[in-house]
Design a binder for this molecule. Sequence first.
Ligand code: PEP
Ligand code: MG
Length: 666
Amino acid sequence: QYRGVLGVPVVHRQKVLGVLLVRQRKARRFDDADEAVLTTLGAQLGSAIAHAKAIGEWCRLCRPHRQRTISGVPGALGLSMGHAEVIVDGGQLVDIPDRQASNVQVEVERLHAAIRAVRDEASAIRTRFSGQLGETELGLFDAYAMLLDSPELLAAATTEIQRGNWAAGSVARAVEEFAKHFDAIPDAYLRERAADIRALGKRIVGHLLDKTDSTTIGDGPIVLVGQCLSVLDIGKVKRANLVGIVTAEGSAFSHIAIVARALGIPAVVGVQGPPLAYLDGHELVVDGDAGQVHAHLSGAMRAEFARAIDSRRRENASLESIRHLEAVTADGQRATLYVNAGLSADAEIAVTAGASGIGLYRSELPFMLFDRLPSEREQAQLYRAVLQAMHPLPVTIRVLDIGGDKQLPYLQERREPLTRGQRGIRFLLDHPDVFLTQLRAALRANEGLGNLRLLLPMITCVDELDQSLRLVDQAVEQLEGEGVDVRRPEIGVMIEVPAAIYQIALLAKKVAFFSVGTNDLAQFLLATDRDDTSGAARFGLPHPALLQALHRIIEEAHQAGKPVSVCGEIAGDPAVALVLLGMGFDALSMGPAVLPRVKAAIRRVDSASLRNFADEALRCQSRADVERLLSKVARTGAVEGASSTQWEGESVVAAAAKPHPTAVTN
Ligand code: PEP
Ligand code: MG
């Protein structure tokens, strides 16, 4: 009965989310103005729908048990499946009501008892994990103890009780007040601390309400899910049963993510979507690589994921057999593979992963575990542990790289986050005391070992290098004067700001090596944001310009006679790694978890294939060309024992560049 129809697509970021359709009974042509109005509405609806999905409103409109993919941020790599155990933590602190205290003295005593109980829990869990976590990660539990001991927190809660409020309400008000200060700061790292403080507050309130479920959760593979899980919550599940972690709050730098990585448990943090209570008891797939959680899977999808997990298991088993073999092509060309590290536990993994050393030790990671700058002695202890664990293999300590998207709460000037313009070497040169302390700590740690190399981040010009080298000389002289047996280590520069590409010949006169930070180089070269997962996936490596830039970097470095490696995440993608080696990079540095796969891929190809891949890469004219090439290379280097699933035989980078097949069904 309709004689006129006008339809426009509802689009968001190149994905069609639906169609907006108007129909009318009258036979009439829709004119340009009608079309323009509907198109505008379609575009606005697209972003409104995306926003509704992001804040969780969307799920109120769709069926709760429909298959869905919930997006977050990768917290720890890996793929796993298990039943969700949602940690109910007494709700939000703001939901705890104020009530008249019947007896102020009794309430104060209950407060002290609850704090003691949480402190005991923290120390019991610390003891339980002491064999599996390094000292640095265990220090997180001490940080909890320190928060619990904070006189300000106790005083604020006690004052509230003395005003007549009951203990639970008093703790909730005091903690919420504390946390709000952190909330108000735009920096992501500080917001994490707010989540930590709230988690702790909820725990205390839980004891006061006698709701803390301190029983260990039952058998079977468990995915721990919570609004803001704390490191204490992992103690609820037996280690052997804990297969995944999902939290709504937090980022890759949250304590829970740091501990998940150290324990090798796949984790997705900062998930956006349905209220987590919907997930309780349901089977979830945790994809820590993609930062996605899949729920309510159809039979076919479940079988596909189960196959992928099984395939990974077999792949890992087959990789186990080459762990101690060299990274060498079928015709004998050797490749140097290093690992990227930053927590002490990584050093042990690096040795077992069969790496040739640490190509990038991100020193800002241990700095994030402190609530102030670590002293020279504390830093020296940290670095010494890593240098000793890896000895005689080289350890490349990158000096502090903070600013822009990497913040340390206690180093913000006038409580403002450090800008991108203040990042890396610029911050260090603005704060020579901080720089000198770190240099002295690293040189001290190297005493009697000699496997230290130093790497300078975000260098853009020779002047910055000259100033840095003067400080290295100063640190060496000071320590010599103090009777320390110091050796001046090899010093390298990161090529991660496009400006540095044009300075390589000059920089090469003063340094021993270069390391390309493709994470930053890609974002600055391609005008993307490395934290925007959609942007990074769409405009990351599969860009021919990045390949041309890498080619130029190798040419310049080699012309100057200096080795050059890649330490950005792309080096850990087996297909990309083969292309990079073919292009002539002297070494690749990657996460310890992916190193065995890269090594296996190298062992399956010969050096002529590597060169062909590189030639083809440099002939690519479009992103589609690069994606096609990477898929082809991935098939060539696929690991034996791995079945053909949607992951294997496809470059992760190429796959990420395509729209995710399940994301649109959300
Ligand atoms: C990079 O930028 O590629 C890099 C390795 O450094 P980070 O990721 O720590 O900035
Ligand atoms: Mg970088």
